[in-house]
Design a protein around this ligand. Structure first.
Ligand SMILES: C[S@@+](CC[C@H](N)C(=O)[O-])C[C@H]1O[C@@H](n2cnc3c(N)ncnc32)[C@H](O)[C@@H]1O
Length: 409
């Protein structure tokens, strides 16, 4: 049976440009960061540590627990090697297994073939050992195995998350171009909001930024919202261990001590955001308004104002959005004095139309679209700049390229 205390390497994957944030989160959990890649951060730990990471991390996508690594040169070697792993310890014979992969090898033309050989080896091994074989298919709601194969290096992991952690479980209603929950969390963390001063999110869409802010303000672990994780399908999983981690996290929750306001001019968006906030248990922590962004209530003083306007790639295609960006600049300048203003956008040409000097630009990727979180200090005398004149430094740390791993872009 699987030993939940056995230590191995654990790779937490994330979106490109987010490893610095994720490494900070992992450090705060007391984990020792051993390696950073383009889209992931590695540490060492047990399956119990992996459970805690699934519960607590806000910017991670998947928590991969390393079972084996080797050098292989062709699909037959892949099959034999995967079959040598004691899968009966990690996958229930009466369960369901899905193999996901990232494969780049000259002997493989279709990566699905590598995943299929890998799946065959797993179920053959379990059938021989247990007299029964698990079902298999593409669903990520049971056991999930992750194969990484680059050049001659191959590694195989238990995906302890199963469904990606960006699916927190609170998005009950669909809305146009929502941010991934993990990306929204990264944006809020990058704003360095203190969790006490006002947090204002005009143009809230489905409310992801405000909901992630509320989860942080109430110290709610994001994994508390989900019922199913990959690690729950490991044969020796003890629910009691999970319940202990959960009650510890529940004990650390606090009531929201600040004002969080979210607004959108589309009433359907506001209804969606409200339903999502309620599903996240944050319905009482966020005040929703239906209005033009410039009429959003700005409570108290200080704090942050974050907008994620349409930027053409996903929403607003074909629309002239330049007026919106100029109006955001006016809103900041005229109504947001003493606050820190942020715009998250994938269109820097439109962003220039804001007409204010950004003091910081943080790079993100929204799926494959390169985006920036722009920060504006808004104080008495903040001036417009010319369309060409927007200044500011990109501040993302770029981790140095290192040895191959599943979180490589
Ligand atoms: C890119 S979406 C925001 C997505 C959001 N961050 C999420 O995670 O769901 C932009 C939103 O801005 C809203 N919007 C556009 N123009 C607006 C305006 N003038 N005033 C208020 N909301 C506006 C749209 O209705 C849309 O919901």
């Amino acid at each position: 049976m699987a030993d939940f205390n056995r230590t191995s390497r654990i790779m937490a994957t994330c979106a490109k440009a987010m490893p610095a944030l994720l490494a900070e989160e992992m450090g705060a959990l007391g984990l020792n960061v051993t390696r950073r890649l383009d889209a992931g951060v590695e540490t060492e730990g047990s399956l119990l540590d992996a459970m805690r990471m699934n519960l607590q991390l806000r910017t991670a996508h998947r928590i991969l627990y390393l079972l084996a690594e080797t050098v292989i040169t062709n699909p037959d070697e892949l099959y034999n090697w995967v079959r040598s792993v004691p899968w009966e310890q990690y996958v229930r014979p009466d369960g369901y297994v899905s193999v996901q992969s990232s494969v780049l090898h000259s002997s493989i033309r279709d990566t699905r073939f590598a995943a299929l050989r890998c799946k065959d080896a797993i179920v053959d091994r379990i059938r021989d050992a247990m007299g029964q074989r698990p079902d298999s298919g593409p669903e990520d709601t049971g056991s999930v195995v992750f194969l990484f194969w680059r050049d001659e290096y191959a590694a195989i992991y238990v995906d302890t998350s199963g469904e990606p952690l960006s699916r927190r479980g609170y998005r009950r209603l669909p809305w146009k171009a929502p941010l991934r929950e993990t990306l929204a969390a990264g944006i809020v963390i990058s704003s360095a909001w203190d969790g006490q001063s006002p947090f204002v999110n005009p143009m809230c869409g489905s409310g992801t930024l405000a909901i992630e802010a509320a989860l942080m303000a109430t110290a709610t672990a994001p994994g508390l919202l989900r019922k199913n994780f990959g690690f729950m399908h490991v044969p020796d999983f003890r629910r009691k261990d999970w319940e202990e981690l959960r009650s510890d996290a529940i004990g650390k929750r606090r009531t929201c001590g600040c004002e969080i306001v979210a607004s959108d001019h589309d009433q359907r968006a506001v209804k969606t955001a409200q339903a999502n906030a309620r599903a996240a248990g944050m319905g009482d922590s966020i005040r929703f308004e239906t209005c033009d962004f410039a009429r959003t209530t700005l409570p108290g003083s200080g704090g942050v104002v974050i907008l994620n306007p349409e930027y053409g790639e996903r929403l607003g295609k074909g629309k002239d959005l330049s007026g919106d960006y100029r109006a955001i600049g006016d809103f900041f300048k005229k109504q947001c004095r003493g606050r820190r203003g942020f715009v998250f956008t994938g269109n820097m040409a439109l962003a220039k139309g804001i007409g204010l000097r950004s003091k910081r630009r943080v790079q993100f990727f929204n799926s494959t679209i390169e985006c920036r979180l722009l920060e504006f200090d808004i104080y008495e005398g903040t001036k417009r700049v010319s369309r060409q004149g927007s200044a500011g430094q990109d501040v993302n740390e770029r981790p140095a390229p290192r040895r191959a791993g599943p979180a490589q872009a």
